[in-house]
Design a protein around this ligand. Structure first.
Ligand SMILES: Cc1cc2nc3c(=O)[nH]c(=O)nc-3n(C[C@H](O)[C@H](O)[C@H](O)COP(=O)(O)OP(=O)(O)OC[C@H]3O[C@@H](n4cnc5c(N)ncnc54)[C@H](O)[C@@H]3O)c2cc1C
Length: 379
């Protein structure tokens, strides 16, 4: 009999883990309180910056590097298995700076990337304009403008990525239990149980992939103060054809165009608890940012705006591992600004753990207990 696994939460992390586990022979169910693939992961921009697993010593960059290696074959397999193209594209990233602080930060970033053998090329004005003609006006009118090109940056289209993951899960036999909230987890004799549809349920292993809501699902795990929701807003514009090819990054904000001319402008960081929604002030500042860089966007159609809740942890590392003191409860949550990018790597690590094989990269830094207020779970 294959071992049963219940994955609680069907975002990029849960769907990826469910897909990987089912391919390794586990009997997988995925539960979501709504429909899968409609929460934070849907709202993300889908930027996948470069990384290098082999050289990185920083735990999160190692995980990013693992995911970065896995993403192209992962996306290709999704496309082959389901016929849904997740829109993975190596579009490159442009990093712009116009204040002394931004230039200093980019110089630091360039040094760091060089240590990791990640290509990051400073551009002259001619090279920048040859690369992205739509940035010519910005460069001409900005006295301290500086730009760097990073070829190994990708974009993926989150709604399509999630659709493909869900279809791939269905195809490999994952059972979907949607519109079903897990209201509490408890532990009996070291073994976890989940409460949903009015009853307590057991299985061989549970994996909590509930993103920003992870603390709320298992209150007794005391993760509520460890995973903080950070709201981010996105503005969607549309032009007849894409104005830029690369992801245009400046500080924490960015503009990227899809092949069909849809242009995403993001983002900001706000602490508003679990409240979703957009505000005129933030959307206007995103619009001003985008048109400052790309004046042609002034006449673009404003198509939509949305927000999402990034799951932030105190040390910036996600939690990936077994909950101390409970033999069959695992957590994979807290991926903050990078959960789409980190989804294949996280899925492989969770599947390694459940298969009792050595994880592909060291995972000590992602230990679940360390972020709790106390070191053991109190069920
Ligand atoms: C504006 C914005 C831009 C971003 N851009 C990027 C980017 O460019 N690149 C990148 O890599 N990342 C990006 N991110 C971050 C990324 O979106 C997140 O890190 C990622 O989506 C987290 O995935 P997740 O699966 O953990 O959470 P989610 O996608 O939120 O999934 C959690 C799931 O759990 C379910 N759930 C919750 N509670 C329960 C319960 N009690 N019972 C059952 N189900 C439950 C929810 O319904 C949901 O489906 C961005 C985020 C935002 C907000």
């Amino acid at each position: 009999m294959p071992r049963t696994v219940t994955v609680v939460g069907g975002g990029a992390i849960g769907l990826s883990a469910a897909w990987e586990l089912s391919q390794r022979g586990f009997d997988v169910s995925i539960i979501d309180r709504s429909r899968t693939g409609k929460a934070t992961s849907w709202s993300g921009a889908g930027i996948l910056p470069p990384a290098n697993r082999k050289i990185s010593s920083d735990p999160i960059d190692r995980l990013r590097g693992l995911s970065h290696e896995l993403f192209p074959p992962w996306a290709e397999k999704l496309k082959l298995d389901t016929g849904i193209d997740p829109g993975l594209m190596q579009c490159g990233g442009l990093y712009l700076a116009e204040t002394p602080g931004e230039i200093a930060a980019m110089c630091g970033m360039t040094d760091y990337w060089q240590e990791l053998s990640i290509e990051c090329v400073p551009l002259t004005s001619e090279e920048l304009v040859a690369h992205e003609p739509s940035l010519a006006t910005w460069f001409r009118h900005t006295s301290n403008a500086a730009a760097w090109y990073v070829p190994d940056e990708y974009q993926v289209r989150p709604p399509r990525y999630l659709q493909a993951l869900a279809a791939a899960c269905l195809k490999s036999g994952v059972r979907f239990i949607e519109n079903t909230e897990v209201t509490e987890m408890r532990c009996l004799n070291g073994h976890a149980q989940a409460h949903y549809r009015g009853d307590w349920h057991e299985c061989d292993s549970f994996v909590l992939t509930t993103g920003a809501w992870t603390g709320r699902v298992a209150q007794s795990l005391e993760l509520e103060l460890s995973i903080v929701p950070i709201r981010g807003q996105i503005l969607l514009l549309k032009t007849a054809a894409p104005l830029v090819n690369s992801v245009i990054n400046m500080g924490h904000r960015y503009v990227l165009a899809r092949e069909d001319g849809h242009t995403l402008v993001g983002s900001n960081e706000e602490e508003k608890g679990f409240e979703l929604g957009t505000t005129d002030t933030v959307l206007e500042s995103l619009f001003q940012f985008a048109t400052h860089l790309l004046p042609e966007l002034t006449s673009a159609e404003r198509v939509a705006a949305w927000s999402g809740l990034r799951p932030m942890t105190y040390d910036g590392f996600p939690m990936i591992g077994r909950v101390p003191g409970i033999d069959n409860l695992y957590v994979a949550a807290g991926h903050y600004r990078s959960g789409l990018h980190l989804s294949p790597g996280t899925a492989v690590l969770i599947a390694d753990l459940l298969s009792e094989s050595t994880p592909r990269i060291p995972i000590d830094a992602f230990h679940v207990g360390k972020q709790q207020r106390s070191n053991t779970a109190h069920f």
